[in-house]
Design a protein around this ligand. Structure first.
Ligand code: T4K
Length: 396
């Protein structure tokens, strides 16, 4: 048998076409086109129409929450959620997240305070957060990174002890359950993203869930400029509305999301079989008592054990047409907008820096075949075996 030459060393790539980190799951055209046609025929395209209301009710039931307000995307939803809390001062959050989390705090006129993450779950470390609580702290904004639940019990205790609001960024966590309860039922508010790259999507979209009727009503008003009626506008609202066309897509995607979770679960299990135990690779530690949604499959590369650092593995996979992603490097605390803040100092965020330099999200979505997963795992093992040669090779 002739040995395959790695693409990064001049061989042919393993995949003829790029294999992306994710693909949006789409319903059959027969399922979605009639819904879109209904919207167009109705000539009611946005502003709290029938389809948005239908999707919100379906989501409320699927997510097992008291109230669900849809939004045009999760970034505006985060912004509105922070406004709805009617707070001032500092918000403790994680630097290991997508920029939207921290930008929303800043756009809401609040001050982000970065807190280190747990070295195993990669979520906000509740004990480190406790040490950052001060007189100006108003809220906690943890992120269920890659859909893996935060330590919801410890964070609830911390919030209650200091009278802090607790807002979760649940952008990745559609359908997840922690300790038997739906993820969107923890904390005061939870924000979901329905971007095309998410498990459940409306192309662009998001939602905020809560058990509080008062917060829900504020959110509904905030997303519609603060308009109460034709004569009254209350507060500083924004345009955060989801359109009827996006909602129609969501209604159809919701029908197939459980199948997508099942398919991703099979593929994630196969990755685990192939990669758990490979020296130099670790997997995110799942929080106990969790029903996961398998939205991401992430490895962390220890350069000593693996023989190569994460960036070289990423480049070598890219050459094979395997498009892995370094979510979330750079850390939000490294952004020039925030890096001079005292809490952004790298010495205060050792775990976040260590993890961000090592993680790699591998392709995971329902259209990948198990053979694709095998080929990606094989490529990783081949790259590892060729580490001595690759260390001398310039980074692509
Ligand atoms: N909080 C957290 C923790 C988040 O992760 C995010 C967003 C937010 C808040 C804010 O949510 P939104 O305001 O976006 O609702 C993507 C997404 O744009 C972003 O929504 C997401 N997190 C983030 C983790 O990933 P990029 O810049 O990596 O996306 P992009 O365009 O490189 O897409 C990734 C891959 O997905 C592509 O290589 C191919 C595939 N793809 C993408 C799109 C857009 C498709 O197959 N079809 C598509 O339409 O940010």
């Amino acid at each position: 048998m002739t040995e395959r030459r790695l693409a990064v060393l001049g061989g042919a790539p393993r995949f003829a076409d790029p294999v992306y980190v994710t693909r949006p799951r789409l319903p059959d055209e027969e399922a979605v086109l009639p819904l879109l046609a209904n919207v167009l025929r109705s000539r009611w395209l946005t502003n709290d129409g029938e389809m948005v209301r239908r999707l919100e009710e379906l989501l409320r039931l699927r997510l097992g929450v008291g109230f669900c307000a849809s939004f045009c995307n999760a970034t505006v939803a985060l912004l509105a959620a922070l406004r709805a809390l009617e707070i001032e001062g500092e918000v403790i959050t994680t630097p290991f997240t997508f920029p939207a989390t921290v930008h929303a705090i800043e756009w809401a006129g609040l001050e982000p305070v970065f807190c280190d993450i747990d070295p195993h779950t990669w979520n906000l470390d509740a004990r480190a957060a406790a040490e950052l609580v001060g007189a100006r702290t108003a809220a906690l904004l943890p992120v269920h990174v890659y859909g893996n639940p935060c330590d919801v019990h410890a964070l609830r205790t911390l919030a209650e002890r200091h009278g802090l609001a607790l807002l979760y960024d649940a952008a990745h966590a559609f359908g997840v359950r922690a300790h038997g309860a739906p993820i969107g039922s923890w904390g005061d508010l939870s924000v979901f993203s329905f971007h095309a790259t998410k498990l459940f999507h409306t192309a662009e979209g998001g939602a905020v869930t809560t058990a509080s009727d008062v917060l829900h009503q504020r959110l509904r008003s905030l997303r519609n400029f603060g308009i109460v009626d034709e004569e009254t506008v209350r507060g500083v609202g924004i345009n955060g509305k989801m359109s009827e066309l996006h909602a129609a897509l969501g209604v159809a995607v919701l029908e197939i999301v459980d199948d997508e979770i099942r398919r991703r679960g099979e593929r994630a299990a196969h990755y685990r079989e192939r990669l758990a135990g490979v020296e130099g690779l670790t997997l995110q530690a799942l929080a106990p008592d969790t029903t996961p949604n398998h939205s991401y499959f992430v490895i962390a590369v220890d350069p000593d054990g693996f023989g190569l650092d994460r960036d070289r593995l990423h480049a070598a996979l890219r050459a094979e047409n395997i498009v892995s992603r370094k979510y979330f490097q750079p850390l939000c605390s490294e952004n020039e907008a925030y890096r001079e803040r005292p809490s952004a100092a790298p010495a205060r965020l050792p775990n976040a820096h260590r993890v961000a330099a090592r993680v790699l999200c591998l392709p995971l979505h329902g259209e990948l075949t198990l053979d694709d997963v095998d080929a990606i795992a094989d490529a990783i093992l081949e790259i590892r075996a060729a580490a001595p040669a690759l260390r001398r090779h310039p980074l692509a």
